[in-house]
Design a protein around this ligand. Structure first.
Ligand code: ADP
Ligand code: MG
Length: 632
């Protein structure tokens, strides 16, 4: 028998399309801080050790005679080779094809989308900001071999690729593999030879992976003794007073996969009925998956320092940007992840950690308004989801909420600020919803409020359309849309006496309004004289009951709007154009009709919508313009 019979030739596979794209990016990367590949590979090795620890809870035999998790870096300078090796869970052949040939993580997919949306040089910076995983190895290598053996299996596999579109997999004799776990062998590029220097590696490991909860050792050359670089002690079990800010930051970076400074660090031990430690961070900048539709949190759950899962709902969805972990002393180790999810203990932990994170945010808001504004700027849109999802915390969240308003310029205002400057006789908190601030600020519906110095909250986030309808109030004041229903501003005086102000609509104007209503017929729910307009001629508002127009637009976009409510057209009876139109003679029937339709379309356009029918709109416009042109 020849060896060819016993060792099948390596099978060749091509990378899945997304994976190939990401690889392309790594191979041609101009990203200067290539050191991050090491953090990525070490983090995979640590994950593998933690997965093994978890599996051994139900199957202790998997540990064999090698119970202590460890990660080892082996230097082979002569061959310009660096190996990262772990005695974790390992991978079977199929798992390797799956894990290393495709991109399964939604986070990495989101990264890909981002990177395609920005220019190439910016893309390189993104590599630094987000963990991009295993493929980062191709920034520094000509070829990567991965030798792996699943714990408990008697087969080992070698995966190999130069990162240029395809890879091979082949079985490998078990005596060439570890008893279990994975060996990632990097054939370093010529200009990456420094990664075979012991001091370079020690420095990188200490700074990037110093708090990985698995000890990391280094073997300086083939045959040498391993030397410990980090001890794998869990940072969170140390008392707060013994942890430096730098240590917190390092830990935050490794647990959150972020590269900034945390905006807030929450570290506490709960004692009494339930014992657990929580170490949680509010990131200093937006994590890339903040608006993933599945809205997963990223808090890890440990039980007595054994990693259990990062899929436990430790925090509510509206705190999904918080990164970190909870280590419970009371949860049983030997239960399934599903059972842990349903445990009442976990519910108690969730409650405790949620309250603590919110109260720390309150403290920050009190003690450092500027830092807090930044947190709100980054995560406010997510926190506001809690206003309709978490009834219990609603008043806390309303206290934390900050708004841009018509009175604030671009400064964040709290509801306390707002209520502190209510006008006499003002009974509601007014708001306007939409998609961007600049547009909201010029909404015609705001005119009457502005003229009276009434502050209006500008709500530009999609989530705003939802919580305002959840029956929320603040200090007994309901929230009221300026684009919905009737407004009663008569009780609040204008700031400066305005010409015509208070002048009641003349009979001619009332007649015109009736005529417009007759002309528009079914297109609108009503046409009426407006209180809220002082400068513009017209605007649209939603009927008192039912949905606000912005909410309807959002639902329509999501394909969830059954039938749209008809808007109300409000006409400013004091506006020169309206007065002039009201005085048109009977002979001008066509003009009156064109004007009615054009007024409606004008109001639509002001709301960021399209005229109902572009063709008739332009015909009417042409007719009206023609009248103004001499000899038209
Ligand atoms: P992520 O770690 O975020 O899942 P990576 O690109 O870093 O993404 O790794 C992809 C996958 O490859 C991992 O999820 C894991 O299944 C597998 N993997 C990588 N390295 C190892 C290892 N040392 N041991 C076991 N599995 C590994
Ligand atoms: Mg990884």
């Amino acid at each position: 028998m020849t060896t060819a019979d016993t060792t099948p030739a390596p099978e060749s596979h091509t990378f899945e399309a997304d994976a190939a794209k990401l690889l392309q990016l790594m191979v041609h990367s101009v990203y200067s801080d290539k050191d991050i590949f090491l953090r990525e590979l070490i983090s995979n090795a640590a994950d593998a050790c933690e997965k093994l620890r978890y599996e051994t809870i139900s199957n202790p035999a998997l540990l064999g005679d090698d119970p202590k998790a460890r990660i080892t870096l082996l230097i082979d300078a002569e061959n310009r080779r660096l190996t990262i090796q772990d005695n974790g869970i390992g991978m079977s052949r199929d798992e390797m094809i799956d894990a290393l040939g495709t991109i399964a993580r939604s986070g990495t997919k989101a990264f890909m989308d981002r990177i395609q949306a920005v220019q190439e040089d910016k893309g390189a910076q993104l590599i630094g900001q987000f963990g991009v995983g295993f493929y980062s190895a191709f920034m520094v290598t000509d070829r990567v071999d991965v030798v792996s053996r699943r714990a408990g299996s008697d087969e080992a596999t070698i995966w190999s690729s130069d990162g240029k579109g395809s890879y091979t997999v082949a079985p490998i004799a078990t005596d060439e593999a570890l008893a279990r776990g994975t060996r990632v062998i990097l054939h370093l590029m010529e200009d990456a030879a420094s990664y075979t220097e012991r001091y370079t590696l020690e420095r990188i490991v200490k700074s990037q992976s110093g708090h990985v909860p698995v000890p990391i050792s280094l073997i300086e050359k083939p045959g040498a003794e391993p030397q410990e670089v980090t001890d794998g002690a869990a940072l969170w079990v140390k008392p707060r007073s013994e942890i430096t800010p730098e240590e917190y930051t390092d830990f935050y970076r490794s647990v959150a996969g972020q590269f900034d400074e945390p905006a807030l660090t929450v570290h506490f031990r709960a004692e009494g009925r339930h014992e657990y430690t929580a170490l949680a961070f509010v990131p200093g900048s937006t994590p890339f998956d903040l608006f993933d539709p599945d809205r997963y949190g990223r808090m890890k759950l440990y039980v007595k320092r054994v990693f259990i899962t990062d899929e436990a709902d430790i925090l509510p969805r509206y705190l999904r940007f918080v990164r970190g972990l909870v280590d419970s002393a009371d949860l049983p180790l030997n239960v399934s992840r599903e059972m842990i999810q349903e445990s009442p203990l976990l519910a108690a932990i969730k409650k405790g950690v949620t309250s603590r994170v919110l109260s720390e945010l309150e403290k920050l808001a009190q003690n450092d308004a500027e830092a807090y504004s930044k947190v709100w700027e980054t995560f406010g849109a997510v926190l506001k989801e809690g206003l309709y999802e978490d009834f219990e915390k609603r008043s806390t969240l309303l206290g934390l909420a900050r708004f841009k308003t018509t009175a604030s310029g671009r400064v964040w205002r709290s509801l306390k600020d707002y209520v502190g400057s209510l006008k006499e006789n003002q009974t509601a908190i007014y708001y306007v919803t939409g998609t961007d601030l600049a547009r909201l600020e010029v909404s015609p519906q705001l005119e009457g409020f502005r003229a009276r110095g009434i502050e209006v909250l500008l709500l530009p986030d999609p989530v705003d359309s939802f919580w305002v309808t959840a029956g929320v109030d603040y200090e007994g004041k309901p929230f009221k849309s300026v684009t919905q229903g009737a407004v009663d501003l008569a009780q609040i005086p204008l700031l400066e006496a305005q010409e015509n102000a208070g002048v009641l609509a003349t009979e001619a104007v009332m007649g015109f309004i009736q005529a417009v209503k007759a002309t528009l017929g079914e297109a609108v729910a009503d046409v009426r004289a407006s209180e809220r307009l002082t400068e513009s001629a017209v605007c649209l508002v939603a009927p008192e009951t039912g949905r606000d127009r912005q909410l309807e637009r959002l639902l329509a976009r999501a394909g969830q709007l059954g039938s749209a409510a008809k808007p109300i057209l409000e006409i400013n009876p004091r506006h020169d154009l309206i007065v002039a139109l009201s005085n048109l003679g009977d002979a001008e029937q066509t003009l009156r009709e064109d004007a009615a339709h054009l007024l409606l379309d004008k109001a639509r356009i002001l709301d960021g919508e399209q005229p109902a029918d572009a063709r008739t709109f332009s015909q009417r416009l042409a007719r009206v313009m023609q009248r103004c042109v001499p000899n038209g």
